[in-house]
Design a protein around this ligand. Structure first.
Ligand code: IFM
Length: 729
């Protein structure tokens, strides 16, 4: 497998350290580990390791957060009493880069200690994809000059905190089952999730390890003499279980450690590599002609793959994946509409896990609907473990103590249709009727019940409207008739009709059961049809464009392009209040509707008019936006523009062009980049009897090749020299 690496650490810019930590995250769909350095002893908060599902709410905090797991990466190496580090001795050579092809982070260092000894150190770490409970780190050293004594110390740091500073754990217990290993365990202090971690320090040196299981940082240490030319390895094997996956996390972590020791680092790594070779066989994209975009695509696919739960259908991917503290690990529409499609088409079993997460949260969605006076299932804007709405109501106070009310939890309601869209897309591409029968249909139908109860009849106009919402453009709050929300609600009701038609014909027993449970009777179906026929879709027939929401064109116009170039969003430039009165869009809204519904939205002329109206006033204040613009521009044949937006999306984390990569990977942008490639430039689309391509590649893209799965079979698409072909592979 050729190297996929796109980014190498530049240690001359310490202010970028937190960005590199995000970019260098490793993971396996169970745990994500940020790229902290092994010898690092100080850190703003030591939140290297996140495990799916461990949400915890602390009194006084703004809502549940993903509790940080202990920091297991620490490893100090001392040569004749001089501690190895970037600030000590002399750095004669340094290279650190993640390798998406193998989901490994490596670092090569040539270091001279203050007393003149020279050592070459190669670090390698991975979170096993073959056994997600195993994490491994190996240092291979060679003494090039001198004969120092080496002292090695590594353990488990339990003093982990999040940027918010709240403590999420009961006091930790620790112990040691052998001289070369230690363990810790605790439970989250509100939700009660148990976690146990073990660590063993192994070496080929002739050394006697000793464990000191004292809290808060139990360690193993040993020392040994070295001679010039000597090679040595130090391996840290770590295992981790939680009460979400084990009745006795400590016993299981210890058993896993025993297994991992028996297997040894090389065998563990081989199994991990084998798994990744398989993942890439299905998900790789080859883009010849633009090395940066080629590697950015692989980088983005990698970050979605390391976050996607492999064996658990009761957790989902947060907006910042498992790579940072941003958005507290909460799950947004980012998952369903941006990340799931990449998985639906390349790793359908992983997409299914994420959709099942929504299924398991139907009770929460029903409670939200009920509490708001509606029927059916109204999914929360931000979701965690319980399925209830967890959007914080306020921002944290700024330097002057000012807080801003966040309304998305109440008003951003389109997420219910977004989930239904992801389900229909999954069903059509995979043909997974069993999923649709047993799970998907229930979500789609109960979501339709929500919309049928949510719309408001307007006697004067004889139509339904939807008032008091926030659309994807979050700069404008509490608006009426956001076109994305209304149109997707209508799409949802139509999809529910199709699903019901299929279910009652193919699986009448299940249809009967759902009809009873969800009160789906003739009156309900009649109401759905009435809403479909009378739901207002704001449209200006004189100008032949959709209207983003009532009053949108009364907003004060702004020449958005006049503010280029800039990094800050226009919300930052104008202020939170002011931007609400300006005709500036945060992110794709009408354009998002065009991406999802294509020609169903209107004629080519309408699509073109919409584009000309809305893209010039978009701020791309959300990372979700550029990839969607690339996708839609490519479909409209605006290839130069599409290419520019694609570059923008590809750079969001790699070049930190939103200035917040430190908080975690923008998972939606990663998934969006893949969709812009597949549905935009390659023009991949479903047809009545399968799928087809309609490519428009930018000049310079010599070849685009990627695979998708359709109804269980894998097909590889190659677009090259103006030709395209689809082969079953
Ligand atoms: O879901 C997004 C939203 O569309 C824009 N603000 C950030 C959220 C999380 O990424």
């Amino acid at each position: 497998m050729p190297s996929h690496s796109v980014v190498r650490e530049d240690i001359s810019c310490p202010e970028q350290a937190l960005q590199y930590e995000t970019l260098f995250t490793i993971g396996n769909g169970y745990v994500g580990v940020r790229g902290l350095r092994e010898e690092q002893e100080t850190h703003p908060y030591f939140d290297s390791t996140r495990v799916h599902g461990l949400f915890n709410s602390v009194e006084g905090d703004l809502g549940p957060d993903l509790a940080p797991a202990p920091h297991w990466l620490g490893l100090t190496l001392e040569f004749d009493g001089h501690r190895f580090g970037l600030e000590t001795g002399r750095l004669l050579g340094y290279e650190r880069a993640p390798e998406p092809a193998t989901a490994t982070l490596t670092r090569r260092v040539l270091w001279q200690s203050p007393s003149g000894d020279v050592v070459r150190l190669e670090f390698e770490r991975f979170a096993s994809s073959a056994d997600p409970h195993v994490l491994a780190l190996r240092v291979t050293g060679r003494v090039l000059h001198g004969a120092p004594r080496v002292r090695v110390c590594g353990g488990i740091e339990t003093r982990v905190t999040l940027p918010s500073g709240f403590e999420h754990w009961e006091p930790w217990e620790s112990g040691s089952a052998a001289p070369d290993s230690v363990w810790v365990r605790s439970r989250t202090n509100q939700s009660g999730y148990g976690l146990a971690m073990t660590a063993a320090l192994l070496t080929d040196l002739n050394a006697a390890p000793a464990a000191e299981a004292d809290m808060p940082h139990p360690v193993v240490e040993f020392s040994a003499p070295l001679v010039t030319g000597q090679r040595f390895t130090v391996t840290k094997l770590v295992t981790l279980y939680t009460s979400r996956d084990s009745a006795d996390p400590l016993a299981d972590a210890q058993a896993a450690l025993a297994r991992a020791r028996r297997a040894g680092y090389n065998a563990l790594y081989s199994a991990h590599l084998e798994h990744w070779a398989q993942l890439w066989a299905d998900s790789d994209v080859e883009l010849k002609g633009d090395p940066f975009l080629q590697q950015a695509l692989r980088f983005c696919i990698y970050h979605v793959l390391i976050a996607a739960p492999q064996h658990d259908d009761d957790v989902s991917i947060g907006a910042k994946t498992l790579s940072g503290a941003g958005y507290r690990g909460h799950v947004f529409w980012d998952t369903d509409l941006f990340m799931v499609p990449l998985l639906t088409l390349t790793q359908p079993h992983l997409a299914r896990n994420l959709l099942m997460y929504r299924y398991h949260r139907l009770p929460g969605a029903r409670a939200k609907a009920r509490d708001n006076g509606y029927e059916g299932a109204m999914f929360p804007w931000e979701s965690a473990d319980t399925g209830s709405e967890v959007t914080p109501k306020w921002t944290p106070p700024d330097a002057k103590g000012k807080r801003i009310r966040i309304w998305t939890g109440e008003l951003e309601q389109h997420v219910t249709s977004d989930i239904a869209y992801a389900i229909l897309q999954y069903w059509r591409w995979t043909g997974d009727d069993e999923f649709m029968r047993d799970h998907g249909a229930e979500i789609v139908l109960d979501g339709a019940r929500f919309w049928a109860s949510r719309v408001e009849w307007q006697q004067e106009t004889g139509r339904y409207e939807i008032h008091h919402v926030i659309g994807p453009d979050e700069y404008h709050e509490d608006v009426n008739n956001n076109v994305f929300t209304n149109r997707m609600a209508r799409w949802h009701l139509e999809a529910a009709q199709q699903v019901w038609g299929w279910l009652s014909a193919q699986h009448p027993d299940r249809a009967r059961a759902l009809a009873g449970a969800l009160t789906l009777d003739a009156a309900a179906f009649e109401r759905w049809q009435h809403v479909i026929d009378h739901l207002y879709i704001p449209f200006d027939s004189a100008r032949q464009i959709h209207i983003q929401y009532d009053d949108f064109f009364d907003l004060e116009p702004v020449d958005v392009l006049a503010f280029e170039p800039r990094v800050a969003s226009l919300q930052t430039v104008f202020g939170f209040e002011a931007v609400q009165h300006l005709r500036i869009i945060k992110q794709a809204d009408v354009v998002m509707m065009m991406a999802l519904l294509g020609e169903q939205v209107g004629s080519p002329a309408v699509l073109g008019n919409n584009w000309d109206t809305y893209y010039p006033v978009c701020d791309h204040g959300s990372s979700l936006s550029p990839a969607v613009h690339a996708w839609v521009a490519a479909r409209l044949g605006l290839i130069d523009l599409a290419h520019g937006f694609f570059e923008h999306a590809a750079s969001i984390d790699l070049r930190d062009n939103k200035g917040n990569a430190r908080d975690g990977i923008h998972g939606a942008s990663c998934g969006g980049l893949w969709q812009a490639m597949a549905f935009g430039f390659a023009g991949l689309h479903l047809t009545a009897d399968g799928f087809a391509l309609d490519p428009h590649l930018p000049p310079g893209w010599e070849r685009l090749r990627f695979s998708v799965r359709y109804h269980g079979e894998r097909y590889t698409m190659t677009i090259e020299g103006g030709e395209s072909r689809i082969e079953r592979t």
